[in-house]
Design a protein. Structure first.
Length: 132
């Protein structure tokens, strides 16, 4: 269903929820005590699909349409990155380029839809991450 060329994945990090890492912290699944829990990824995917920045969900895109982008956001949240509209715009540019589909150059300024998505993602981050 993708309508743009995608940049190759540069990281193999998979983020998982783990009660062994603390009651509300995200952990890398490479940890021997990090069983996967779908809660953070499910929340991120739900927000990506609801905001549908590409406008493809109503065209029959699968629920997994934004999984690659979700993995990037999950990694950033695990790294305690604040999810701002500029962060959303940067991740979006990495995968889809600018509004003309060009991958070179700097990301365009965040759109109002990116601002709303960033607010939802930051709420997820605050819910699923705490200082140990």
């Amino acid at each position: 269903m993708r309508h743009s060329s995608r940049a190759p994945r540069t990281d193999a990090s998979v983020i998982a929820w783990s009660h062994d890492c603390g009651s509300s912290r995200l952990c890398h699944s490479g940890s021997p005590n990090a069983p996967e829990h779908p809660a953070p990824k499910t929340a991120l995917t739900g927000h990506l699909n609801a905001h549908d920045l590409l406008g493809v969900m109503d065209l029959g895109a699968p629920e997994t349409e934004y999984d690659a982008e979700m993995e990037d956001f999950a990694r950033l949240i695990a790294e305690r990155e604040t999810i701002t509209p500029d962060v959303v715009a940067t991740v979006w540019h990495r995968w889809f380029g600018n509004s003309a589909g060009e991958a070179a150059g700097e990301p365009e300024p965040p759109t109002p839809a990116m601002e709303a998505l960033a607010a939802d993602f930051q709420a997820v981050a605050e819910h699923f991450t705490q200082t140990a």
